[in-house]
Write a protein that binds this ligand. Structure first.
Ligand SMILES: Nc1ncnc2c1ncn2[C@@H]1O[C@H](COP(=O)(O)OP(=O)(O)OP(=O)(O)O)[C@@H](O)[C@H]1O
Length: 601
C-alpha cells in the first residue's frame, strides 16, 4: 500500500462526502453557548455569584468613602453612623470572601463536568468517523481538539468568565456609587478608564502582530531543526548540511529580529499603558479635577475623598476585563473548531447489519474519487474467492492503495459496490466488517505496551499459549524470546528494538491470532534483507491458509504464485490472470516484471 508514496493529503478529502465538514465556519457565533448548553445553569449561577461577590467587594471601599463623608462633612460626628458603615464594610468583605469561594467552586465543578462531557463526546464521535478521515487529517485535528481547543474552553469557564463578570460588576457598581455622589467628577473617572481601556487594547493589538511574527519564526526554527535531524543521513552522505544549516541560520536571525522588534515595542507601548493604567494616573486625574471643582464650589472635600477612595481600585479591573474578553474570543474559536469536528459526517451504519454468506470478496464496477472529479479507481470489477490469493499490482499512483482502502470502508465507493459473501459492505455493520478482516500494513502500528499485548490486540482475551503459537506461526517467536524480558518486553510506538521485518511479522502474528477470514496486506516497499524477507513470506503463507487474501505487491517475485493478479493502471484494471499468463501477454505486467527482475518474458 502506498503509505510511503501516496501519503494522505489533508487538502484532498472528498467534499461533500462521508467524513467531510458540515459544520459552522470559524466565525460562527453561538458555538460556545451551544457547547456549554449542558452546564448553562451552572454558568449562570457562577456568573451571578461572581457578580455578587465583586459587588460585595466594593462595599468596604464605599463604606470607607461614606465614613470619610460622615466624618468630614458634619461638625458633630455620629459615632453610630460611623460604626454602621464599619459594620457594612466588614459584612461586605465577609460576603465577598464567601461568594468568591462559592463562585470559584462552582466554576471549577462546571469546568470539570463540561470537559469530561466534551472529551467523551469527541471520542465517541471519532469512533464513528470513517478511517480515511484519520488518514487524511485526523490525528492533527484530534490532537488540536483534545488539547488546544479544550484548553481554551477551560480558560473561559475556570478563569475568563469570572474575571470578566467580576471586573464589569466592579466598574458598574463603583460607577453607580460615584455618579450618585457627583456626576461631573464621575464623568472624569469614566474618561480616564476609557482612555486606559483604549490604550491597553491598542497595545495588545500591536503586540499580537509581534507575537505572531515570533511564533512563525519559532516554527521555522523547529522546522529547520527537524529537517536537519530527520535528514541527517542525507545531509552527511551528500554534504547538503550547508544548505539546511543556512535555513536554520536564517530562521534564528529572523527570530532574533522579531524579538528585538517586540522588545522595542514593549518598551514604548507598555510604558504608556502602565502609566495610563496605574492608580497614580487615576489619583492624579481625580485630584486635579476635584481641586478644580472644589475651587468652583461644586464639590466638597468630603466628596473628593470619596472619589479618591473608590476610584483608586478601578484600574485593577481594566486588565482582567480586557484579557477576559480576549479569552472568551479565543474560546469561541476553539468551540467552533470542536463543533466542526463534531459535525463531520460519521460513517453511515446500516439499520440492521446483514450477515455475509462466506468470505468471497467481489468488486463490482467499483469507482472512487477523492475530489469528486478525478477517479483514483475507475470501474474495477473482480472476484476474490475464499481460500485464494489475489495480488494487486501496478505502477505508483495506479490506485492499489485506494482500492484496498475501500474494502474496510476507509472511504465509501463513489460508484459500484463491494460485496463480501454476497452482501454489500455498506449493509454490514462496521464493527462486524472490521472484525472479519485482518489488515497488515507496512506502516506497522504498535502500541506502547508489551510484545504479548501487541499481539493480543488481534484477539483480546487470548491466552498466553495462543499468543505464543501465533508468534511461532509468524516466525517471530525466537526473536521475542531473545528480547530482554521476552514477551513482557515493553515496546514504544515505533517498535524500538525491532527491525522492519520483525515489526511486520509481529503484526502478522496479530493477524494470525485474530483468525479473521479476510486478509488485506500491503507488502513492504522497502526491500528486507533476504533472511527477513524469507521469514516474512513464510509467515504470510501461514496467515493466508484458507483465507481470502488480497495483497498489494510491490516486488513481483513475491506474488508469482498468486491465484490471480490484478494489474491496475491509472485507476483502471488493465490486465488480470496468473503470473505465467500475464508474462506471455507481453503487456504492462510483463514490462514491470522485466524492469524489476531484469529478465525478458
Ligand atoms: N488522500 C488522497 N487524497 C487525494 N488523492 C489521493 C489520496 N491518496 C491517493 N490519491 C491519488 O489517488 C491516485 C491513486 O493513488 P494510490 O495511493 O491509490 O496509488 P497506489 O497504486 O497505491 O500508489 P503507490 O504504489 O505509489 O502506493 C493517485 O493519483 C494519488 O495521487
Amino acid at each position: 500500500m502506498s503509505t510511503t508514496t501516496s501519503e494522505p493529503r489533508t487538502d484532498s478529502v472528498p467534499e461533500p462526502a462521508v467524513g467531510t465538514e458540515q459544520g459552522p465556519g470559524l466565525a460562527e457565533p453561538g458555538a460556545l453557548a451551544r457547547l456549554f448548553a449542558p452546564i448553562r445553569s451552572y454558568l449562570i449561577a457562577c456568573g451571578l455569584l461572581s457578580a455578587l461577590s465583586s459587588g460585595a467587594g466594593i462595599v468596604p471601599y464605599v463604606a470607607a468613602a461614606e465614613i470619610a463623608r460622615v466624618t468630614l462633612s458634619t461638625p458633630s460626628v455620629s459615632a453610630a453612623a460611623v460604626w454602621t458603615w464599619v459594620g457594612i464594610g466588614a459584612a461586605g468583605a465577609g460576603l465577598w470572601l464567601v461568594l468568591m469561594v462559592q463562585s470559584s467552586r462552582l466554576g471549577h465543578y462546571a469546568d470539570a463536568a463540561i470537559l469530561h462531557h466534551l472529551r467523551v463526546r469527541i471520542v465517541r464521535h471519532l469512533g464513528a468517523l470513517p478511517l480515511g478521515w484519520f488518514r487524511a487529517s485526523g490525528s492533527g485535528r484530534v490532537k488540536r481538539a483534545m488539547t488546544g481547543d479544550l484548553e481554551e474552553m477551560h480558560e473561559v469557564i475556570a478563569h475568563a468568565l469570572g474575571q470578566l463578570v467580576g471586573a464589569v460588576t466592579v466598574i458598574a457598581v463603583s460607577g453607580v456609587y460615584l455618579f450618585s455622589v457627583d456626576v461631573p467628577m464621575a464623568l472624569v473617572v469614566l474618561g480616564v478608564l476609557g482612555l486606559m481601556t483604549v490604550s491597553y487594547r491598542v497595545s495588545m493589538r500591536s503586540m499580537a502582530a509581534h507575537v505572531n511574527r515570533l511564533i512563525a519564526a519559532e516554527g521555522r526554527i523547529s522546522a529547520a531543526s527537524v529537517e536537519y535531524a530527520d535528514g541527517i543521513q542525507v545531509v552527511k552522505a551528500f554534504g547538503t548540511g550547508g544548505r539546511v544549516l543556512h535555513r536554520f541560520d536564517e530562521a534564528v536571525n529572523e527570530y532574533a529580529e522579531a524579538f528585538a522588534a517586540w522588545v522595542n515595542e514593549v518598551r514604548h507601548s507598555s510604558a504608556v499603558t502602565r502609566l495610563l493604567g496605574s492608580e497614580m494616573a487615576v489619583l492624579t486625574a481625580v485630584t486635579a479635577a476635584g481641586v478644580a471643582f472644589i475651587a468652583q464650589g461644586s464639590l466638597t472635600g468630603a466628596e473628593l475623598v470619596a472619589f479618591l477612595v473608590v476610584s483608586v481600585g478601578l484600574p485593577a479591573s481594566i486588565i482582567p476585563a480586557v484579557s477576559g474578553a480576549q479569552a472568551v474570543r479565543k474560546g469561541r474559536m476553539g468551540a467552533a473548531n470542536i463543533e466542526r469536528l463534531l459535525a463531520r459526517m460519521p460513517l453511515p451504519e446500516p439499520e440492521r447489519s446483514r450477515t455475509p454468506d462466506g468470505h468471497e470478496v467481489e468488486f463490482d464496477h467499483v469507482s472512487f474519487s477523492y475530489d469528486g472529479t478525478t477517479c483514483a479507481v475507475e470501474d474495477v470489477s473482480a472476484v476474490c474467492p475464499t481460500g485464494t490469493v489475489t495480488a494487486i499490482v501496478g505502477p505508483s499512483g495506479a490506485g492499489k492503495t485506494t482500492l484496498t482502502s475501500l474494502l474496510p470502508r476507509f472511504y465509501d465507493v463513489t460508484g459500484g459496490a463491494i460485496r463480501i459473501g454476497g452482501v454489500d459492505i455498506r449493509e454490514i455493520g462496521s464493527a462486524r466488517l472490521l472484525a472479519s478482516m485482518s489488515l497488515v500494513f507496512q506502516d506497522v502500528s504498535l502500541l506502547r505496551d508489551s510484545v504479548a499485548e501487541n499481539i493480543r490486540i488481534g484477539r483480546p482475551g487470548a491466552g498466553d499459549e495462543d499468543v505464543r503459537e501465533a508468534a511461532i506461526a509468524a516466525h517471530i517467536h525466537d526473536v521475542i524470546e531473545a528480547l530482554p524480558q521476552g514477551y513482557d518486553t515493553p515496546l514504544d510506538a515505533g517498535g524500538g528494538g525491532l527491525s522492519g521485518g520483525e515489526r511486520q511479522r509481529l503484526t502478522i502474528a496479530r493477524a494470525i491470532l485474530s483468525g479473521a477470514p479476510i486478509v488485506v496486506l500491503d507488502e513492504a516497499t522497502a526491500a528486507l534483507d533476504p533472511d527477513s524477507e524469507t521469514a516474512v513470506q513464510e509467515a504470510l503463507a501461514r496467515l493466508a491458509v484458507g483465507k481470502t487474501v488480497i495483497v498489494i505487491a510491490h516486488r513481483l517475485h513475491t506474488i508469482a504464485g498468486a491465484d490471480q493478479i490484478l494489474v491496475l493502471d491509472n485507476g483502471r484494471l488493465v490486465e488480470r490472470g496468473r503470473h505465467d499468463e500475464l508474462l506471455t501477454r507481453d503487456g504492462l505486467y510483463a514490462r514491470m516484471w522485466m524492469a524489476q527482475e531484469g529478465v525478458t518474458a
